[in-house]
Each structure stands twice: as structure tokens, then as C-alpha cells.
Design a protein around this ligand. Structure first.
Ligand code: PRP
Length: 186
């Protein structure tokens, strides 16, 4: 972990930048093979997916288009509510398009479950899911990613797009947030 100023707020590193980049390269090869000859639209879910979208899209050898949505699934707390609200919608008409949803993490899976249904209802030909991380012990929705980086334990993690109260998103690695940080609301 290269950010020494926050090292006392983090416990162990779960996934390093190097592991993430190497896995995204592998997934890029799979996506190229699966979508060969087909135009795909990458849809990133703000804000957490910014890092994985940047790295994954640049790992692709085929050109792609990208668009973004912002949804609210839970606020500054640590619990998913299942309530999804669109804060920023797509600029692209996805009717007749193949969509690959790009997410940083599947926690309960409620956000992606809702998003997949929402995008299909707009006439997308297909909606697949790429997630950098998944907490298998937390998943409650019927969501199986088509492309997955890493399964991680059900701990409060930050970095690589994941935040706690909008902090720590910029960290290159995925690390466990020390409980003393959210216990005190630091
Ligand atoms: C996080 C994450 C996913 C969602 C996953 O987003 O980026 O979108 O939660 O949780 P779920 O599987 O339990 O639905 P968040 O709502 O925290 O917004 P952010 O991306 O702006 O941090």
C-alpha cells in the first residue's frame, strides 16, 4: 500500500493493483472472444466503477463505446437497502444494443439485479455483467457475473473505486478498512 498517510486506517490488502490489472487483461481476452464481430457498449456505474472501467476498457484490443449511469443504492452507511434510484441516466439509446455492465463490486447484488432488468426493459439485445469484486457471502440477489475479477470476504473494503464516506476511492489496492474508522465515524 503506497499511501502512507492512510495506512493506520487500513487493515490488510486483499487484492493488489497488480492482481487487478492482470485479471482484467484475462477478462479482456474473454470479452473479445465472446463479442467477436459484435459491437458492445460498456456501461459503467458511477462512481465506484471508474477505476475498473478505465483499466478494463484500455485492456481491450477492440474498440468499444462507453456510457455511464449513476444510481444510489446506499448512502454513507454500510448496509444495502435494495432501493435503487437513477441519479444520472444513460446518454445512449440501448435499444438493439449489446450492453456489458461494468461494476466495481457485487455486494448484495441488488443494484445490478435492478440495473439488468432496467436495461433489458429498454430493449437491449443482451445485458452481461463484469465485476471486479464480489462478496459471495453477502449476495442475496440472483446475480452471477459473466466476468468476475475476485471473490473477497464479507468485510468493509475500500480502494480501487470503493469508498467510505467518499474517501479512499483513489487507492490502487483493495484493502480492509480498519473498524476504528467507521466505529468513530472518522
Ligand atoms: C456500490 C457499488 C455498487 C453497489 C454494490 O455503490 O459501486 O454499485 O454499491 O452493492 P450491492 O451489490 O449491495 O447493490 P454505491 O451505491 O456505494 O455508490 P458509489 O459507486 O458511488 O460508491
Amino acid at each position: 500500500m503506497r499511501y502512507t498517510d492512510v495506512s493506520d486506517q487500513l487493515d490488510e490488502v486483499l487484492v493488489t493493483e497488480e492482481q487487478l490489472l492482470a485479471r482484467l487483461e484475462e477478462l479482456a481476452r474473454e470479452v473479445e472472444r465472446d463479442y467477436a464481430g459484435t459491437e458492445v457498449l460498456l456501461v459503467g456505474v458511477l462512481k465506484g466503477a471508474v477505476m475498473v472501467m478505465a483499466d478494463f476498457s484500455r485492456a481491450l484490443r477492440d474498440s468499444v463505446q462507453m456510457d455511464w449511469m449513476a444510481v444510489s443504492s446506499y448512502g454513507n452507511g454500510t448496509q444495502s437497502t435494495g432501493v435503487v434510484r437513477i441519479l444520472k441516466d444513460l446518454d445512449t439509446d440501448i435499444n438493439g444494443r449489446h450492453v456489458l455492465l461494468v461494476e466495481d463490486i457485487i455486494d448484495t447484488g441488488l443494484t445490478l439485479s435492478w440495473l439488468r432488468e432496467n436495461l433489458m426493459s429498454r430493449g437491449a439485445l443482451s445485458v452481461k455483467i463484469l465485476a471486479a469484486l464480489r462478496k459471495p457471502d453477502a449476495v442475496v440477489a440472483d446475480i452471477v457475473p459473466d466476468y468476475l475479477g475476485f471473490d473477497i470476504p464479507n468485510k468493509f473494503v475500500v480502494g480501487y473505486g470503493l469508498d467510505y464516506a467518499e474517501r479512499f476511492r483513489h487507492l490502487r489496492d483493495v484493502a480492509v478498512l480498519s473498524p476504528h474508522v467507521y466505529a468513530k465515524g472518522e
